[in-house]
Design a protein around this ligand. Sequence first.
Ligand code: BGC
Ligand code: CA
Length: 436
Amino acid sequence: MKKALALTLAATMALGLTACTGGTTSSGSTTGSTSGTTSSAAGSGTGTSQVANKDKPLVWFNRQPSNSSTGELDMNALSFNKDTYYVGFDANQGAELQGTMIMDYIKANIDTIDRNGDGIIGYVLAIGDIGHNDSIARTRGVRAALGTAVEVNGAIDSAPVGTNTDGTATAVKDGTLEVNGKTYTIRELASQEMKNSAGATWDAATAGNAIGTWTASFGDSIDVIASNNDGMGMSMFNAWSKESGVPTFGYDANADAVAAIAEGYGGTISQHADVQAYLTLRVLRNALDGVDIDTGIGTADSAGNVLTDDVYYYDEEQRSYYALNVAVTAENYQDFMDSTKVYEPVSNQLDATTSPEKSVWLNIYNSADNFLSATYQPLLQNYDDLLNLKVEYIGGDGQTEANITNRLSNPSAYDAFAINMVKTDNSASYTALLSQ
Ligand code: BGC
Ligand code: CA
């Protein structure tokens, strides 16, 4: 049914376009526009759209508008206008996968994992951003799976412990593991938020330094390294664990991390960036075309693009699309070597008569973030061509929101916006600009 509707809309639009040659005033969606405005919902690729900036399609991605202390979603930002969405991934499902992947590894390698043979399996944990809900979920997932989690106010404590040499830290407890009739203790020896002195979080260089400090104080008590992402994980791997043979686990399935599995990197999680990057631009495309939002997502578009529910789901109440995660280990890493390849089921070029070129302003919160710059942005750049979107990519420094918002001084020049905030609480800095 949805498909039929989408096709009808597409046909209506094609007629609308043939009738209009100017292209700057009333091209784009006409009848069937979900915007309800009489002027073009789609604006024009040249940026002379008549749509008010506050009514243009907006997608938040990677950093979900939410309170950085409580995690509560910022529904004002998520429903800023009727064409506003969030695209991310299922943080809890991924976090659980990461924790389980590490625990499975420990069990499978129980005879060799305890390097100093004291019966304690020690791990250290690199935390990305204590106020980022994905980072919090991953810390919780690792602690839950390893039996080191402690609850506060009904949720697992995700606070960094600093150091915990003797197991007395309060944010975690010692876990116990029984294998082959032998009981081991699992201890979080240390954990820290990897924030550099300028304030950038998920900072790989900081993690590389931290592992130096940790190995100096814990030496061969460190048996496993867990990291909230691959950027930090690979920095620790290259600085120490590759040579020492200590399994290191990250998240993101960046190409360098996947390749490192052949050299002893323990494993990573794919958050299906290929699906997320597609969805990020696709929801804008659909809103600009005035077609059903499910077009090319759950419902095949006329080019044959469609996603199946084993790779994503949509939560209507949260106005959020979530990709599903997959564990990448020594068993299957060969299938994940190319992290910037478009996802085949959604790799078909859209027809420019029904989906004419539109311009999009898009920012990456930190151009030095390994995941966003090495995996996500190259994917976006592959999809923008397929979706006939002319995207302007803005790179931030990871710490100053104004550095990014300053470069959104002329929102009228764009048809749609894709935003990756520095801090999840900062949505208003952007929506204020669009509301002027
Ligand atoms: C990624 C991290 C990245 C962060 C930035 C997360 O989804 O896993 O690698 O640094 O997003 O917001
Ligand atoms: Ca030990």
